[in-house]
Design a protein around this ligand. Structure first.
Ligand SMILES: Cc1cc2nc3c(=O)[nH]c(=O)nc-3n(C[C@H](O)[C@H](O)[C@H](O)COP(=O)(O)O)c2cc1C
Length: 350
């Protein structure tokens, strides 16, 4: 069971509990993951620098174990035409009427300030810094190295893996098509090659001499073994933890997950403008039929936030982003993350 990643982060099994941005990751989930022997991840991307600082402080106050902090590589604000904005507003007016919401203004900022978030991470000095959505400029990686923070970037293709390796990261997270949540594609507008996790891991391991972390659709100890046997040093699991007690997953989202199955998982740009995978619902179906109405990432994400927030408050799963991977039918509910990890550990040792 020992691999260099487990030794470096003093984990008792080769498991990273994925950053689950937008609510499911809580400091309690990170703490439970670390205390049980995995590497927990603070999902920082949607948090303000102050919120991020507080989350990290909470984790540090409760555990001395290693953890990671995760952010999105910043995207430049796209320029928009009045027609584009008009189309987006018209496509979502029906949803806003149903939810009794006013039409929002479409204006920046569309995301948190990356440099301020990054500064919080540098001050906090977690054991690892993980990122998605492309390459980070060299000076950011150098800042991490100076502080002894190991870096992990995510990829969906062999080509992205080569670029990431050349940029100087320490670990590659290979995200296969089975994964829940946003696709880690470097370019928001690229076509998705949809490589399955096992294929992607094998290709990267064969060509790139960096430790690879397999991610996407992994739910069982058998699947962890399989990924290790093809050369992954560890796995990163997200969906498996969405229903655990420590997760901040909303009630409506939890109910949808309990009824979720692989054949209902679809890729969509409807919520954020970037491809992401989750359980299909009415919002996805209707907006995906009008692709010309979808604003570019991250504008669409900011633009649909009011709809997601209100539907979460009203327990309406049809308008929520129900991110989930293809292993959704195997999610265990009403269980602690500690129990999930302990069970995996026992099975891996057995
Ligand atoms: C609800 C949800 C939120 C996610 N948020 C993030 C995130 O903020 N940052 C990130 O790097 N990955 C995020 N991911 C993707 C995970 O890192 C990982 O690739 C994925 O969960 C693996 O597939 P699995 O869900 O089938 O285990 C998210 C996934 C889910 C399901």
């Amino acid at each position: 069971m020992k691999s260099s990643i487990t030794q470096i982060f003093r984990m008792s099994l080769p498991l990273i509990v994925a950053p689950l941005g937008g609510g499911p990751t809580t400091p309690e989930l990170v703490i439970a993951s670390c205390e049980a022997g995995a590497l927990g991840s603070v999902a920082g991307a949607y948090l303000s620098p102050e919120e991020l600082k507080k989350s990290i402080e909470k984790v540090k106050a409760a555990t001395t174990r290693a953890f990671a902090v995760n952010l999105f590589v910043p995207t430049a604000n796209p320029s928009l035409t009045p027609e584009q904005i008009d189309r987006a507003i018209r496509a979502t007016t029906g949803f806003r009427q149903e939810l009794d919401l006013p039409t929002p203004q479409v204006k920046p900022p569309y995301h948190q300030n990356f440099d301020w978030q990054f500064e919080v991470v540098m001050q906090a000095k977690p054991a690892a810094f993980s990122f998605v959505f492309g390459l980070l400029d060299r000076e950011y990686l150098q800042e991490c190295r100076k502080r002894g923070i190991l870096t992990m970037g995510a990829v969906t293709t062999l080509e992205e893996a080569h670029l990431l390796a050349e940029s100087g990261v320490d670990f590659i997270v290979a995200q296969g098509i089975e994964a829940g949540g946003h696709r880690a594609l470097f370019e928001a507008t690229s076509e998705d090659e949809e490589a399955p996790t096992a294929d992607l891991v094998s290709m990267i391991v064969n060509e790139i001499p960096l430790p690879v972390i397999a991610s996407g659709g992994i739910m069982t100890s058998g699947q962890i073994q399989e990924m290790l046997s093809i050369g992954a040093q560890a796995v990163q699991m997200g969906t498996a933890f969405l229903l655990c007690k420590e997760a901040g997953t909303s009630r409506a989202y939890r109910e949808a997950l309990k009824m979720g199955s692989n054949d209902r998982i679809k890729s969509t740009r409807a919520f954020s403008g970037r491809l992401a995978r989750g359980i299909e619902n009415r919002f996805m179906r209707e907006i995906d039929q009008r692709p010309e109405s979808i604003l570019p990432f991250p504008v669409q994400n900011a633009f649909t936030k009011d709809i997601r927030t209100k539907s979460s408050q009203l327990d309406l799963p049809e308008f929520l982003s129900l991110w989930a991977g293809s292993g959704v039918q195997y999610v265990q509910s009403d269980i602690s993350a500690i129990d999930i990890i302990t069970q995996l550990k026992r099975e891996l040792r057995g």
